[in-house]
Design a protein around this ligand. Sequence first.
Ligand code: KIV
Length: 266
Amino acid sequence: MDDSVTIPKISQKKVEGEKIVALTAYDYSFASLLDQSGVDIILVGDSAAMVCGGQKSTLPLTLDEALYHCRMARRGVQRALLVADMPFLSYQVSPDRAVYNAGLFFKRAEVDAVKIEGGLSVVDTVRRLVDVGMPVMGHLGLTPQSIRRFGSYSVQAQDQASAAQLLEDALALQEAGAFSIVLEKIPKDLAKTVTKKLSIPTIGIGAGPHCDGQILVTYDMLGLFEDFRPKFVRRYAELAKTIQAACARYADDVRKGTFPDEQESF
Ligand code: KIV
């Protein structure tokens, strides 16, 4: 039986009240580990710019870099739905450019869907992408590609007007054909309202427990990325410490001359 995750299966999970599990990956090794763990959605996030590239924001990631990360991740994924995060400036200039650039992710990296940030301003683009057969995941709330406008990574949609705007954006994305929406760093009650009003699933990150699914940046939840630690991240491992300790032991063995030994030599 083919147990690969498809868009209809993701939609069905909301109907059945089954939570959707999503994580990010940027290369073959991590993508295959996540896939084997039974994660439903693997997002090749533009967070790659920060956790892999050491950049201060997601803005510098180029289209070619995003495609390269997606091609690497694709080789590790057999079961999960693979979603490409379209980088800043690859879809905002015009719907035509967005269709062409999104198409590159499907042709060159064989992804299953793309994610774009924004509400009413990207609705025409979402409609065009969906019309030509490219499934789209939306992203509302704290949209990191707008960090220069926000000025900080603080909680979004806290007043009535911006909460109402976010709900309107979500409904417009759904109407344009998006198959799901990431809700990032918004109050949990607003996420609950949006999740109830939509027939498509919401995937929360820092948006409380009422979303239809959850996503985290894998480097954060595994304790690999230590530059900052958002409140909404639960650490399921402390891999930075494990890696540092292993490397220190290796360095010690090399310096003492105990690595390699007889068995590790030819
Ligand atoms: O780039 C990313 O990792 C994301 C998730 C945080 C949703 O967009």
